[in-house]
Design a protein around this ligand. Structure first.
Ligand code: NAD
Length: 490
């Protein structure tokens, strides 16, 4: 239960009847080995760890922890596949494999969505309607480029790089896998993937799907484990390209470790996005964009609109509307199709959110939380907003990565730009106004990889995504997403 005081609200006139997605479609094994060279293997490290359901704290499975010998085996298998069957395969045959994976993901999307919910805590309606369709779309999209690389980059004849070492976080386990694996395969590389330690299960099911799709052994290898395993992957001398999505602190460490090795590197790191509301914006629509921007996936979103900048003249009216909408969010069982806000991914992440929220209260910002009931077991945090936030508050500066919105005001477009850019990050931003010219003026000045206008958190595989400043470098998605997986030397 939250340790914070709550504000009472007018109760809903009626409640939704429970609508729980069945878990029968998923068969979770007791133990999972490492997926190396086309088969599941016992770890040579002899080490294992548990993965739990964050909504119930129940153990789901025991998973292998890859050590140095295991990662070495995975990299060698990936190299052999690159120099062997995968490297020799024609691009059009390679495209068919990637396309087949996309089809199988679609066919098994309900199973994958339920597994994602059980292991990660996100609401089923998001896993089912957002994550899985986007995962399949990425594989379809990149399958299309596999035999058309000379059209993607006219005049160039790029070659694959070799073995890609990829490390991903827990907030969108399958989607982050798709962002990395699909372009790597389409460009002709092989992969050693390290999923996050709290959400390894969907990557392991993906490995099975890839094998059933007929990928030659060694093309995709999945090594599970925590940060130490990730470090083994990125520092392995047999890896040609490192792709990392995760925190800025770990990204900085990886950059220093990779420096001077000749490995290619892309980093997709944290964010502290501004969602900017002008007084002429369609306010009710903007409220939905604000809610979606920060409470989607419990706020575990790198590009979450975690700082709301509201034009001073509409502050009180707009904040009232957001508070009213907050009261209608349903927090709880992520398997219930009515749930809007699911479980926090781990106890560690919950403690981080609580600590930052306490700092917001201590530094003098005013907290508001709806009085929604929370389940007795599991990791939960009420949707929260802070008013009276100033630029120097930690909740305005640091990435909370939880369902917490910090509200600030501005008087002029210049001040909005100044405040939006006043952060070490630069991943995304949102602008809400009915003036098209103002959208363009703002987008030109905002130091963010993505600027959404009168919408938020919209994704498409054809569109590149990535950061400025401490949000990292390199782009994923679109033709740009192929660039880091190709060798441009003659
Ligand atoms: P994290 O950096 O702690 O972990 C990310 C991954 O890196 C995990 O698989 C972890 O095991 C591994 N790892 C940890 N230490 C490592 C090391 N020393 N060497 C190699 N690998 C290591 O981040 P997290 O808390 O799991 O994820 C949340 C972060 O990810 C947030 O900051 C979020 O903004 C960011 N993120 C960014 C994007 C993006 O596209 N920019 C997308 C999703 C998440």
């Amino acid at each position: 239960m939250s340790r914070f005081p709550t504000t009472t609200h007018t109760p809903l006139l009626w409640e939704y009847a429970p609508s729980r997605e069945s878990t029968d479609i998923v068969e979770i094994e007791d133990r999972y080995g490492l997926f190396i060279d086309g088969e599941f293997r016992e770890p040579k490290s002899g080490k294992w760890f548990d993965t739990v359901n964050p909504a119930t704290e129940e153990k789901l499975a025991t998973v292998a922890e890859a050590g140095p010998k295991d990662v070495d085996d995975a990299v060698k298998a990936a190299r052999a596949a690159f120099e062997g069957p995968w490297g020799r395969m024609s691009p059009s045959e390679r495209a068919k494999h990637v396309f087949r994976i996309a089809r199988m993901i679609q066919e098994r999307s309900r199973e994958l969505a339920v597994l994602e919910v059980l292991d990660g805590g996100k609401p089923i309606k998001e896993a089912r309607d957002v994550d899985l369709p986007l995962v399949a779309a990425h594989f379809f999209y990149y399958a299309g480029w596999a035999d058309k690389l000379e059209y993607a980059f006219p005049g160039a004849k790029p070659k694959p790089l070799g073995v890609a070492g990829q490390v991903i976080p827990w907030n969108f386990p399958l989607l982050m896998l798709a962002w990395k694996v699909a372009p790597a395969l389409a460009a002709g590389n092989t992969v050693v993937l390290k999923p996050a330690e709290t959400t390894p299960l969907s990557a392991l099911l993906f490995a099975q799907i890839a094998a059933e799709a007929g990928l030659p052994p060694g093309v995709v290898n999945v090594v599970t484990g925590a940060g130490e395993t990730g470090q083994l992957v990125v520092t392995h001398p047999g890896v040609d390209k490192v792709a990392f999505t995760g925190s800025t602190a770990v990204g900085k460490l990886i950059r220093s470790q990779v420096a001077g090795t000749g490995k290619k590197l892309t980093l997709e790191l944290g964010g502290k996005a501004a969602n900017i509301i002008f007084e002429d914006a369609p306010l009710d629509q903007a409220v939905e964009g604000v809610i979606n921007g920060i409470f989607f996936n419990q706020g575990h979103v790198c590009c979450a609109g975690s700082r709301l900048l509201v034009e001073e003249s509409i502050h009180d009216r707009f904040v009232d509307k957001v508070k009213r909408r907050l009261q209608t969010l349903r927090v709880g069982d992520p398997l219930d199709k009515n749930t809007d806000v699911g479980a926090i991914n781990s106890r560690q992440q919950l403690e981080k959110i609580e600590e930052l929220v306490e700092s917001g209260v201590a530094e003098g910002a005013e907290m508001y939380q709806p009085d929604c009931p929370l389940p007795a077991k599991g990791f939960w945090f009420r949707p929260t907003l802070f008013t009276g936030v100033s630029q120097s508050h930690r909740i305005a500066q640091e990435e909370i990565f939880g369902p917490v919105l910090s509200i600030l005001t501005f008087r002029t477009p210049e001040e909005a730009v100044e405040k939006a850019n006043n952060t070490p990050y630069g991943l995304s931003a949102g602008v809400w106004t009915s003036k098209g010219s103002r959208i363009l003026w703002m987008a030109d000045r905002m130091k963010a990889g993505v600027v959404w206008a009168n919408t938020y958190n919209k994704f498409d595989p054809t569109s590149p995504f990535g950061g400025y400043k401490e949000s990292g470098f390199g782009r994923e998605g679109g033709r740009h997403g192929l660039l880091p997986y190709l060798d441009w030397s003659e």
